[in-house]
Design a protein around this ligand. Structure first.
Ligand code: PMV
Length: 321
């Protein structure tokens, strides 16, 4: 028997970093770039996870008891399912995971590969794999490798819809994002890989050293995300663009931008984008620009001219996700 499932990439529109400290953030799925997992029954007493894209292969005993040290993320995803289903051991399995999502660039590749595997494996073992379960188990895996993630990545890839997200104990609060007008985004990659965990750790150190300043900046991010939630629902596209610029400036003050990101943001604005900002952990990875349908090609060309190594386009349409 074979069972498969997939999960989309994602991009953060507003509120990265501040979301770790309980302020709201907005993220959307990028459904045309995806991770896919296939779970096959196998022979013997081993679970094998194969990642042909990166030529990796992990093999462990079916009860995962023989792995030395910390499990790599996708074996941790297998273990999260095993624990959730309270199985002392799994059957022999061969699991293939492929992904078209660029890694370490803020597009959620880690969360999406884990979510695709978790959904496929839950279904393979007879569980309905509802979105909340997939999201929670993906969060368990993210925690192992990202320190203290806010939970926004696993939520947006598991539910595959735009989310207005608030980190709360014991469970995050997810609100629907109403979209009144189609929105055309370009995602420009700086080509610089950046480890979100390190940037988040550095922001935490600065927050500890200067709590009043960083709390004030996080509050600004929160205000911007709340205003953006409203602007999306009311179809105020130009206001949304201005809010992206405002958010980028606060992210600069949080020290998570970089000359490459600033150059792409500036190039997009000069070419007529309604707004642009870095997206995700920062100091590399991607930026996002809001364009009109007409000027998207001009802005994309400007991004390439300014050094973007890849430009993806994605549209958020009312009721499309
Ligand atoms: O780098 P990304 O896209 O995975 O986003 C990280 C977002 C942060 O707010 C910086 C961290 C988090 O856990 O929310």
């Amino acid at each position: 028997m074979m069972t498969e499932a997939s999960a989309p990439g994602k991009i953060i529109l507003f509120g990265e970093h501040a979301v770790v400290y309980g302020r709201p953030a907005i993220a959307i799925p990028v459904s045309h770039i995806r991770a896919q997992a296939q779970v096959h029954d196998s022979q013997g007493n081993q679970v094998t996870v194969m990642l042909p894209d990166v030529e990796r292969r992990y093999q462990a005993r079916c009860d995962l008891s023989d792995w030395p040290g910390t499990l790599p993320p996708l074996l941790a995803a297998v273990q999260a399912v095993q624990r959730h289903l309270r199985l002392p051991t799994l059957p022999a399995l061969a699991i293939h995971v492929v992904s078209a999502i660029p890694i370490a660039s803020g597009l959620g590749s880690g969360a999406a590969t884990a979510a695709a595997l978790i959904r496929a494996l839950l279904r393979h073992l007879g569980d309905p794999a509802d979105d909340a379960t997939v999201s929670n188990l993906t969060y368990e895996v993210e925690k192992l490798h990202h320190g203290s993630p806010s939970g926004i990545d696993n939520s947006v890839v598991a539910y595959e819809r735009p989310v207005y997200f608030l980190r709360r104990q014991p469970h995050p609060r997810l609100e629907t994002v109403a979209v009144a007008q189609p929105l055309h985004f370009l995602i420009g990659n700086t080509g610089v890989r950046s480890a979100t965990r390190e940037v988040v750790g550095d922001v935490r150190q600065q927050w500890q050293a200067r709590p009043a300043r960083f709390e004030a900046l996080f509050n600004q991010c929160g205000r911007i995300a709340r205003a953006a939630h409203l602007a999306l629902a009311q179809g105020q596209t130009e206001r949304l663009g201005r809010l992206m610029h405002d958010n980028h400036h606060v992210l600069q003050a949080l020290t998570v931008s970089s000359p490459d990101l600033d150059r792409l943001v500036m190039a997009a604005s000069t070419a007529g984008a309604l707004g642009a900002k870095l997206s995700g952990g920062g100091r590399g990875g991607n930026m996002i620009a809001l364009t009109t349908e007409t000027n998207a090609p001009t802005v994309a060309a400007a991004l390439y001219h300014a050094g973007a190594t890849a430009v993806l386009s994605t549209t958020l349409a009312p009721g499309s996700v």
